[in-house]
Write a new protein. Structure first.
Length: 277
């Protein structure tokens, strides 16, 4: 199935990864921190003035995301899907009408995040409805350290994922069985104050589903700073990949344009519009 790589990868290494202990720390919510809320993100390649891709966001009165609209190909405006979000005390659910664009899916896909009593993620399940049968992927056994940061979880797709933190930033993601780092990051000195989590757009966690960037706080994944670069090793037979980021800021110090350059010389420019409250 076609899955847009929302944005992109990453993570950088330093200390040995420890799983930590489960915590009952109260989860952060969007209204507890002075976030800059993103209204729209646009994508341009290699200096072209033609917009390739666009994502827009809607919020309710409590500043919770209620929908995410994606235009996959701006030269074909009908290539659109919408993600609808709903909230309860026990979790967050999302439905996506991707069946309108993907022939292999026959009804809206579903994503469900279950929360524990502290408001942290306890289980994630995503379901795609194909003509033959539903296809389900899950994540569980989330482990947090004393600061409420995610240090490990189990994925039915990738196995056990371990995360290493330093100075409030996720520095490395590794698969436990092989013990080899999958992705490594370096970070800038600029604070990551966007909502949804721009850091997860730019520097993805291996094993992450397409919707986890919406729940960076609930899942203890939010890094304190914006990424500067990442490298990823996906296997012995695949050459490592590298990307670096350059930021341009608006008059309020918010990242307004981000250039992502990879080691092939291709440049993706991300243009961010903020919701002015």
């Amino acid at each position: 199935m076609k899955k847009i790589a929302l944005l992109l990868f990453a993570l950088s290494a330093v200390t040995a990864c420890t799983k930590g202990s489960r915590t009952t720390a109260v989860a952060s919510s969007p209204t507890e921190k002075p976030y800059d809320y993103i209204s729209k993100i646009e994508y341009y390649y290699n200096g072209s003035p033609n917009k390739e891709f666009e994502i827009s966001f809607d919020y309710d009165d409590e500043m919770r995301l209620t929908s995410v609209r994606r235009i996959y190909d701006c030269s074909t405006p009908e290539a659109v899907t919408t993600w609808h979000l709903a909230y309860t005390d026990k979790g967050i659910s999302v439905t996506c009408d991707d069946h309108k664009l993907e022939a292999g899916i026959v009804k809206p896909s579903e994503y469900r995040l279950s929360l524990d009593t502290a408001g942290r993620a306890s289980e994630m399940e995503e379901t795609y409805y194909t003509a033959n049968r539903p296809v389900r992927w899950s994540e569980s056994d989330y482990v947090y350290d004393g600061d409420g940061r995610l240090t490990g979880y189990k994925s039915s797709r990738y196995g056990e994922i371990l995360l290493t933190w330093q100075d409030g930033n996720v520095m490395r993601s590794a698969v436990a069985e092989g013990g080899q780092p999958i992705e490594q990051r370096t970070f800038s000195s600029k604070a990551n104050n966007t909502y949804p989590d721009l850091c997860l757009y730019l520097a993805d966690l291996r094993g992450r589903t397409d919707v986890q960037f919406l729940w960076g706080d609930r899942m203890g994944m939010r890094s304190a700073n914006l990424p500067r670069s990442f490298s990823a090793s996906l296997g012995d037979s695949i050459p490592p990949i590298y990307s670096g980021f350059m930021y341009r800021y608006d008059s309020k110090g918010r990242p307004q344009e981000v250039d992502r350059a990879d080691d092939t010389g291709k440049v993706l420019r991300i243009v961010i519009t903020y919701l002015e409250k």
